[in-house]
Design a protein around this ligand. Structure first.
Ligand SMILES: Cc1cc2nc3c(=O)[nH]c(=O)nc-3n(C[C@H](O)[C@H](O)[C@H](O)COP(=O)(O)O)c2cc1C
Length: 190
């Protein structure tokens, strides 16, 4: 398998985010051949196409970070049956200026956790629709809807339920295989 750099988005800005815990767990359980770095969108202003002629420094840094990774992993909560506004704002920045969409041909995967039984399923479907429009090849399976119960993942990203740890480990290994497959058929754009 080839080595790949994966940028990950954490959809939540909350200090105690359970999705941040999940992201930490995924970093711990990834194959050695994946290098992972968080791409933060916290400092981005609200997007408007008025910025397209001259992106502010935070948006330039954000686009640069995306250009430097081979694939993107979205670890997101569900807010009101969709993705949080901050994440949608970040995707809008990434997709512009017109003709410079950062997601084109960039493989992606979606995962998330919530205390509810459907584990962010509705938000993930909404995100998948956005990523389709942004021309990102998405890993279709496995899907991952993680119901968060207290203590499931520690603050350091240790998964306390062995079956869940095993599933998350195989999820990351499938993502690695998917990235390999995408780059087998699509030439790299960088
Ligand atoms: C504004 C808001 C809307 C929410 N809407 C949903 C929802 O639609 N579905 C759901 O399962 N949980 C919903 N929740 C509960 C979240 O799943 C829960 O707060 C979770 O901790 C969010 O993930 P985070 O800690 O990573 O931010 C909502 C929470 C907030 C603050």
């Amino acid at each position: 398998m080839d080595n790949h750099r994966v940028g990950y988005f954490i959809g939540s800005l909350a200090a105690g985010s359970i999705n941040r815990k999940l992201a930490k767990a995924l970093v711990r359980l990834k194959p050695e051949t994946l290098e992972m770095e968080e791409i933060s969108f916290r400092d981005l202003p609200l997007y408007s196409y008025d910025y397209d002629a001259d992106f502010p420094p935070a948006a330039r840094a954000f686009k640069e970070a995306l250009a430097n990774v081979d694939a993107v992993l979205f670890v997101t909560p569900e807010y009101n049956r969709s993705i949080p506004g901050g994440l949608k704002n970040a995707i809008d920045w990434a997709s512009r200026p017109y003709g410079q969409n950062s997601f084109t041909r960039k493989p992606s995967a979606v995962i998330g956790t919530s205390p509810g039984a459907i584990g962010t399923a509705v938000a993930q479907q909404s995100l998948r629709s956005v990523l389709s429009f942004c021309n990102s090849p998405q890993m279709n399976a496995p899907e991952a809807y993680i119901q968060f119960k207290p203590g499931l993942i520690t603050d350091d990203g240790d998964v306390t339920v062995p079956d869940t740890a095993k599933f998350l480990e195989s999820y990351m290994s499938e993502f690695h295989a998917f990235i390999d497959r995408v780059y087998t058929v699509l030439p790299r754009s960088r």
